[in-house]
Design a protein around this ligand. Structure first.
Ligand code: NAP
Length: 286
């Protein structure tokens, strides 16, 4: 029986990246739908639920993508609300690559050692990647501090993460080199989760820093988030620090993405969001 993925995308053109990754994960056929809003979801999901018998439902699955993560979350809710009883299909949320990227960054940081009780700063952590990484690291026991150029925005992100992950983090406004230096005092790790092409961490701060042990950068577009590092560094040791560039993280992200899509077709009741994707990632030898 053919493995069919229903790709629900909040953008007008559904993501080519997500489609190719799905084929590479072993999907036989993709049904792509763009411009999806929650109101569209039920009938599309019913089409997946009522076409195959209960034992065969695992051969149909839903993938939610698109650049708007908030819309993706509401689409996920609409998908799961369409199910009843045992009649369901598996579903994965990865709008804008947020879950797979955050999980990959978190796994890289954890590969260096436990983060329990250690201070981890997520610079520009108010985007989808930063907020998911913040939640996952807090669940690992880290003292997470998320920053934003705006105090109010940092507080909104903190509250969102705490509600979503049922955990506590801190937040602060950081908009200058001095504030960056100050916030990194006593930090064990830093994750630069800022928008593409924005340098957040100057070399003058990270080089020779007395406590920083792990540096991770999600931004692959020059100039990089961490000054004078390379995107392909995948755990490079430098000045007593372990550095992960965006491509160093991205290789693992692709493995996670493919494994999660493949996993969708093993049963008909998986709901893969950040925590579940993180659990699947733990099975990957990187
Ligand atoms: P995002 O939402 O585009 O940006 C994150 C934060 O960056 C924003 O909330 C904003 O924070 C800050 N920012 C924006 N412009 C800035 C500026 N000029 N100066 C300083 N800060 C600025 O990021 P995202 O979607 O979460 O992605 C995070 C990073 O991961 C990006 O670099 C993205 O390209 C990368 N990414 C990689 C992959 C992959 O597969 N490798 C996948 C997805 C994303 P404040 O306004 O609160 O200051």
């Amino acid at each position: 029986m053919k493995k069919i993925l229903i790709q629900l995308d909040s953008d007008e053109s559904s993501s080519v990246f997500d489609a190719i990754t799905a084929y590479d994960a072993g999907v036989d056929h993709i049904l792509q739908y763009g411009n999806i809003i929650p109101d569209h979801v039920r009938d599309l999901v019913f089409g997946a639920m009522f076409t195959r018998g209960e034992d065969d439902l695992k051969n149909s699955a839903v993938f939610i993508g698109g650049s708007n993560v908030t819309t993706g979350e509401t689409i996920l809710k609409a998908v799961t609300e369409s199910f009843f009883g045992p009649v369901s299909v598996s579903v994965m949320l990865d709008s804008n690559g947020c879950n797979t990227t955050a999980v990959a960054a978190v796994r890289k940081i954890l590969s260096v050692g436990s983060v329990k009780g250690k201070k981890i700063v997520i610079l520009a952590g108010t985007g989808p990647v930063g907020m998911r990484a913040a939640g996952l690291l807090a669940l690992e026991g880290a003292d997470v501090l998320l920053t934003s150029r705006g105090l109010e925005k940092s507080e909104i992100a903190r509250a969102t993460v705490e509600k979503r992950f049922k955990t506590n983090i801190s937040a602060a406004k950081v908009s200058s080199i001095e504030e960056t230096e100050d916030i990194l005092k006593d930090a064990y790790a830093v994750l630069c989760a800022g928008a593409a092409g924005i340098t957040l961490l100057p070399e003058s701060i990270w080089s020779g820093h007395p406590t920083l042990r792990v540096l991770a950068d999600a931004n692959a577009v020059p100039p990089l988030g961490i000054e004078n590092t390379k995107t392909h560094w995948a755990g490079k040791e430098l000045d007593g620090k372990i550095v992960f560039g965006a491509i160093g993280i991205g290789g693992l992200k692709m493995k996670i993405h493919r494994k999660c899509v493949a996993k969708l077709f093993t049963q008909n009741d998986l709901i893969l969001d950040a925590e579940e994707i993180n659990d699947i990632a733990k099975e990957i030898k990187d």
